[in-house]
Design a protein around this ligand. Structure first.
Ligand code: SF4
Length: 342
């Protein structure tokens, strides 16, 4: 039996019951695919439900306030995904006359939608015969067909995309793509794949050649850099200072306590030096992002209300009451700090 038949029979026999399955609304497929780009299914499921309840249509998302969108995304990470969804919803309403793009090529016009996501939406929602090649597909195809192309090389995508075109089921392209993703996510795992229960195990090249652990080939390793952030939790006992992060950096458009990177002294001496505020309480946290390790210190300082006002002007920070802090979209380490310490 062909790859295509084997994987579809397996998919039909018992794919996971997920809230985005069994529907072909392109808007909802788009939301689910963006959420799942960097997130596990177990975590993404609740976010998907909350997001679709809050913004059931592309129009509702376009009309939402960015702060509301980011707040719903809070804790999921990679906030550019939420900003891009919001931006693209407005683009569809304003530039595409409110009509959701209905093919692979047009879907690529949406910010944050690359070839994988465009193919997933086009095949699932519009039955377009186009393969969705992501990390799961790279792994399944590289192992099944014994392909040694380096998946970190820029031209390798095209090779797999063309292979995908040759093997995709032309009648059920959406199910085919979902079946490959599902197999990669649940059976053909990066480490310790479950070959004994895999529907492809009788014809898988990597299994018969004993090459599972060499495939797919990836030569470029992602370097993890460490950043040291110091958050200054400045309060008069009732109110706190927060800044909106507007630079092109992690957590763009979310809110944080005023911060410095690496050198605590610079802000302490220039801003707080003359005020006499002492930062006594220090709380340390390590937070991991895919390419970054964040070593975070929270330094708490108490001051008078008039000092708080003066400092807010110097730092261009905004004064928020304790209750209002919980309404702001904030990065995960701050969300946790607010819950545990404020
Ligand atoms: S047999 Fe093993 S290596 Fe081959 S596709 Fe299945 S899970 Fe992956």
């Amino acid at each position: 039996m062909s790859f295509n038949s084997l994987i579809l029979i397996w998919f039909d026999a018992g794919n996971r019951n997920l809230p985005w399955r069994g529907q072909t609304d392109p808007y909802k497929t788009w939301i689910s695919e963006i959420i799942l780009q960097q997130t596990r299914v177990a975590q993404g499921r609740d976010y998907y439900i909350r997001f679709c309840n809050a913004f059931p249509t592309v129009k509702a998302l376009a009309e939402a306030d960015e702060q509301q969108v980011l707040k719903l995304w809070q804790g999921l990470g990679y906030y550019s995904r939420a900003r891009n969804l919001h931006h693209s919803a407005r683009f569809i309403m304003n530039e595409m006359k409110g009509v959701f793009p209905n093919n692979f090529k047009d879907l690529l016009q949406l910010k944050g939608v690359g070839p994988y996501t465009a193919a997933a939406i086009a095949s699932i929602a519009f039955n377009e015969v186009v393969p969705a090649i992501d990390g799961n597909a790279f792994r399944v195809l590289a192992r099944y067909f014994d392909i040694e192309h380096d998946i970190s090389a820029s031209n390798t995508f095209r090779y797999f995309f063309e292979l995908g075109h040759q093997i995709i089921d032309s009648k059920r392209p959406g199910d085919f793509n979902q079946a490959v993703m599902e197999l990669g996510a649940t059976v053909c795992l990066p480490v310790n794949p479950k070959c004994e229960i895999c529907p492809l195990n009788e014809s898988c090249a990597a299994l018969s050649l004993n090459k599972i652990h060499c495939l797919p080939v990836k030569t470029k390793k992602t370097k993890v850099k460490t950043r040291r952030l110091n958050f200054f939790v400045i309060t008069d006992g009732l109110n706190y200072l927060m800044v909106k992060r507007t630079a092109d950096d992690i957590w763009k458009n979310l809110y944080s306590f005023p911060l410095t990177e690496d050198k605590i002294k610079s802000i302490e001496t220039t801003v707080f030096g003359e005020s006499g505020i002492e930062f006594s309480e220090v709380h340390h946290v390590t937070h991991l992002l895919t390419h970054r390790k964040l070593e975070i210190k929270f330094l708490r300082g108490v001051c008078t209300s008039s000092q708080l006002k003066q400092i807010s002007e110097k730092l261009k920070a905004v004064i928020y009451s304790r209750e209002d802090l919980f309404v702001l979209p904030v990065p995960k380490p701050i969300e946790k700090y607010l819950k545990d310490k404020i």
